[in-house]
Design a protein around this ligand. Structure first.
Ligand code: VGL
Ligand code: ZN
Length: 210
């Protein structure tokens, strides 16, 4: 599928941070392999935005914050079901820094998310309560950026939720599949792809872009 990148397009690079890469606290298999794929596509874009998962110590999404709970279990919180994770991307720690090989000095915005102790945020647009906004939608609208390409980590969580919210907000959304890696927990990849299909999120490969 050939796709021409245009002036109103933006590349949003999700959470390419040490804790999601091999050796990190919530390592995604092959997570660091997204870096070369992202560097290959980034030159097509006039606009690049980065996101950074940025949790408080004792964050609600950490299993360690809930007595007797283990990572990858699910619990009910005020806003519904929440998967519990190992402590990761704690504000100011090395794990929360971007991977040292990620080199996108042209990025125009770094958006941090998940910084409220009581609400997780997979999506770059809405926190997991589905009502608290991060400000990204207004930013993109004000910049007149109407089509959002996504890459990064993790395909089935933060990338996927962001792409679905982009569609809900009226943006066109394209996920660059080979520039993402998945956590793949309890069928999460099949589930997100079914939602992509229903919502009109397109899948493409980096080599499709020109
Ligand atoms: C993510 C789980 C927890 C992600 C962030 O970036 O996909 N996943 N926090
Ligand atoms: Zn997180």
């Amino acid at each position: 599928m050939n796709m021409q990148v245009q002036a109103q397009d933006v590349l949003v690079v999700i959470d390419v941070q040490n804790d999601f890469c091999p050796g990190g606290a919530l390592a995604v298999a092959g997570g660091d392999a997204v870096i070369d794929a992202i560097h290959a596509v980034a030159p097509h874009f006039d606009h690049v935005v980065l996101t950074q998962d940025w949790h408080t110590p004792g964050h609600i999404s950490f299993a360690s914050s809930h007595a007797g709970r283990k990572p990858f279990e699910s619990i009910d919180v005020r806003y519904g079901a929440q998967t519990l994770w190992p402590d990761h991307c704690v504000q100011g720690t090395a794990g929360a820094e971007f991977h040292p090989r990620l080199h996108l000095p042209q990025a125009e915005l770094i958006l941090r998310k998940g910084f409220r102790r009581e609400i997780d945020s997979y999506s770059a647009f809405f926190e997991n309560d589905k009502e608290t906004r991060t400000g990204l939608a207004s930013y993109l609208q004000e910049r007149r950026l109407t089509r959002v390409f996504f890459a990064g980590l993790a395909y089935d969580y933060c990338v996927g939720y962001s792409a679905l919210d982009a569609r809900r907000l009226g943006f066109d959304a394209v996920v660059l599949r080979d520039a993402c890696r998945a956590i793949d927990l309890n069928g999460s990849v099949d589930a997100i792809e079914a939602e992509f299909h229903a919502a009109g999120v397109l899948l493409a490969e980096g080599k499709d872009l020109s």
